[in-house]
Design a protein around this ligand. Structure first.
Ligand code: GFB
Length: 327
């Protein structure tokens, strides 16, 4: 690792030990990973099921927050999906995500919460942002049209945090993870992100003896991937060491072409047939590699390589498919 990227050992300015920490969205892939990560922090983890508080309903969020009064909050709750779902459910992606963020920030401020982390996405950046994308590329150009609805909601999340910090001195920080994958991911081919889709397609092609499986688009777009457990570790780290208005990219610092990713998944799965490209499906943003410089300077780097991460997710996926068949 170049010395200028060598992680420093930053001071812990917000210890989590002894605190009551709400993970909003604890059933999602990232929320689950944050809950697991917090287990070693000596804090009390709070969660709210949908029956206790529908996060898109302001009155429910205010009532829950006023009653429970957490010390700190991770906002990992979001309506998410792959490029096709973003395009098909534009209203849901914009409305749900805006409401979740606005309701939680306002209610948290009113309840006197000490610190809050917003989680966003690398799709906040312009479609043709210079690569690797530094944090200051935000709002410098037009967004990728297919996921602009989700992106606008997530940009608003950053701005909400900055506004509450500026007007009220509320300690809100924002983390912008790259494309994530991991345990508890969505494997529905119509709504999933690319990695779980490829795992499922390669597995099904292998078990049915198919000659090929098909990927969307040209296979040439490049994406950066980070395991959800690494993302959770980075978020917990930032919560403890970072307090500023500027958002922080959370990524691995490396990207891969989608066709090469499909080849890697096929190898892990043990599928030896052909990988076919369906150019009628959209490619989306050509490249989305974020700069990891700020996060490295704050003392954090990833631990799970893409190959090892995919192997773990595939093992879990294959055994859940086996269990479902045995039932
Ligand atoms: O993961 P994905 O849907 O989202 O697609 P984005 C990434 C790339 O993989 C695109 C290609 O170029 C897809 O065309 N791809 C190939 C596939 N085969 C498949 C497949 O079977 N399924 C899927 N889903 N893609 C997301 C946003 O954009 O980025 C989210 O939609 C979020 O909102 C996330 O912001 C970080 O990377 O294009």
């Amino acid at each position: 690792m170049p010395t200028d990227l060598a992680p420093a050992s930053p001071e812990v300015i917000y210890p989590l030990a002894g605190k009551r920490v709400w993970v909003a969205g604890h059933r999602g892939m990232v929320g689950q990973a944050i809950v697991r990560q917090l287990a070693s922090e000596g804090c009390e983890v709070l969660t709210a099921g949908r029956a206790e508080a529908d996060l898109t309903r302001q009155a429910e969020v205010e009532a829950w927050m006023g009653r429970v009064k957490p010390d700190a909050i991770f906002v990992a709750a979001a309506n998410v999906g792959g490029s096709l779902a973003n395009d098909n459910y534009a209203a849901d992606f914009l409305y749900d995500n805006l409401m979740i963020e606005a309701n939680i920030v306002e209610a948290a401020y009113r309840a006197g919460v000490g610190k809050l982390m917003m989680l966003g996405s690398s799709c906040i950046y312009p479609k043709f942002a210079p690569q690797p994308i530094t944090e200051d590329a935000l709002l410098t150009g037009a967004l990728e049209p297919t996921n602009q609805w989700y992106a606008i909601a997530k940009i608003t999340g950053i701005k909400l945090g900055q506004a509450y910090r500026r007007q009220h001195g509320f300690d809100v920080i924002s983390a912008m993870p790259t494309n994530l994958y991991g345990h508890g991911d969505n494997f529905d081919l119509n709504t999933s992100h690319v990695l779980p889709a490829l795992i499922r397609k390669a597995h099904e092609a292998k078990v049915t003896g198919a000659a090929s499986f098909t990927i969307w688009g040209t296979g040439s777009p490049r994406r950066e991937f980070l395991h959800a457990d690494d993302c959770a570790a980075a978020c917990v780290h930032l919560m403890k060491v970072y307090s500023d208005a500027e958002h922080v990219n959370v990524g691995s610092g490396e990207d891969i072409a989608i066709y090469d990713l499909a080849t890697l998944v096929a190898e892990v799965v043990g599928f030896t047939g052909e990988i076919v490209r369906d150019a009628s499906k959209p490619d989306g943003t050509p490249r989305k590699l974020m700069s990891a410089h700020r996060l490295r300077a704050l003392g954090w780097g990833p631990r799970i390589t893409l190959q090892v991460g995919i192997e773990g997710v595939y093992r879990a996926f294959a055994s859940s498919v086996d269990q479902a068949r045995d039932v």
